[in-house]
Design a protein. Sequence first.
Length: 135
Amino acid sequence: VGWSGPMQRAFAATAARLGLETRPEWLRSDLHPLQADSGERQFRALQAAGPLPDGVLVGDVHLLEGFAGAAGSSIPRLVSHSFTGTTVAAPPGASLLEVDTAEFGRQAHVALARLIAGETVDRHIVLPPRLIPAP
């Protein structure tokens, strides 16, 4: 929930390699995370699409609170992407995959400097997240 286009395709491909089921109706990105009630509305749309998945990766921590509140215990595993230093706390029962904001900025700076210098850069930079388990 919360990612579009290339991110959805990459997520679905990775899930398939890991033997995890995904369905097109579970991959949602039609609401901006900062829109009022967007997390709750994403859950309601997922709920209306049919059987709920066993777990959900929420692509933006700003969707998480409303999504988790609406989902209650109907989705046993709930994880959200986050950056270090975010002011949004994970609700009880939700885990975070946290990416180091400073390293993200450093990598972006290096790539920009290389582009300005006329060099080529790798289009994909992988920053390993840190799992913060649900409390």
